[in-house]
Ligand binder design. Structure first.
Ligand code: GLP
Length: 256
């Protein structure tokens, strides 16, 4: 794993931008996996700015989002569709037909999940998957106890996750009970992972992810098995690490 620790969220977001922008410039038709949540917002803002400065062209970029709440239509203010269009897609020249986000309103969820997996395969797989981490160690909506080989499917959200996401819905009760999420097996097939974590509330999950034993009870620990897992932390998120003297780059990756 390549772990980089930054003084603050802004520096972390600058680095994330550099990585994603480099990929888009080197491979204009790259396949990007996007995540929602507050953590990647700094990156998305920088991608929009990069586009406005003329540094980036999204016209051939293909995207797949990790997850979506079941029962929320795409226009719902808290849907992940809405989130992605509001914070990134509507501001850049992405081709809407290249954007893929699970449909939380699908009639046949199982068939939709199989279709989603097939779309990822059809374009040759994900080049770079951006990830956050839940305070309970979840990846996308793969909650503790998720099979480490899982594929895109419906998951019941844990109490902890509904509590953590209540801030967006006004109350815990209003948070949907289910979500469609890429599986851990699906995420692990991405050629590179770029996981971002910021703030004290993530410190325990980050420690478990990087230094704990691999366990379905902390789904993010699976990144230890990925060939190209790149983890960007700010000081607070790194504050519980025992091995926290990663200062700077240990070994740069090639783009595959
Ligand atoms: C949600 C998303 C995850 C995300 C997590 C952390 O539950 N499904 O993909 O990583 O929240 O969000 P935040 O970045 O807001 O802490």
């Amino acid at each position: 794993m390549l772990v980089e620790i930054f003084s603050d969220y802004e520096a972390l977001s600058d680095r994330a931008y550099e990585i994603v922008a480099t990929l888009i410039r080197r491979k204009p038709n790259c396949v990007l996996g996007f995540a929602t949540g507050s953590t990647p917002l700094g990156l998305y803002q920088r991608l929009v700015e990069g586009y406005r400065r003329g540094e980036l062209d999204f016209s051939k970029v293909i995207t797949f989002n990790l997850d979506e709440y079941v029962g929320l239509p795409p226009g719902h203010p808290q849907s992940y569709h809405q989130f992605m269009w509001e914070h990134l897609f509507q501001h850049v020249n992405i081709n809407p037909s290249n954007v893929h986000i699970p449909n939380g309103m699908a009639d046949d969820i199982e068939a939709h999940c199989a279709w989603y997996e097939a779309q990822i395969q059809r374009v040759g797989g994900i080049d770079l998957q951006i990830l956050g981490i839940g305070p309970n160690g979840h990846l996308a909506f793969n909650e503790p106890g998720s099979s480490l080989g899982s594929r895109t499917r419906i998951k019941t959200l844990s109490r902890a996750t509904r509590r953590a996401n209540a801030r967006f819905f006004g109350s815990e009760e209003a948070v949907p009970r289910h979500a469609i999420t890429m599986g851990i097996g699906t995420i692990m097939e991405a050629r590179r992972l770029l996981l971002l974590a910021s703030g004290r509330a993530k410190a325990r999950a980050v420690r478990a992810m990087l230094e704990g034993p691999i366990s379905a009870m902390v789904p993010a620990t699976i990144v230890q098995l990925h060939r190209y897992a790149h983890v960007l932390l700010d000081k607070e998120a790194a504050s519980e690490l025992e091995y926290n003297h990663h200062d700077g780059i240990s070994e740069p990756f090639d783009i595959h």
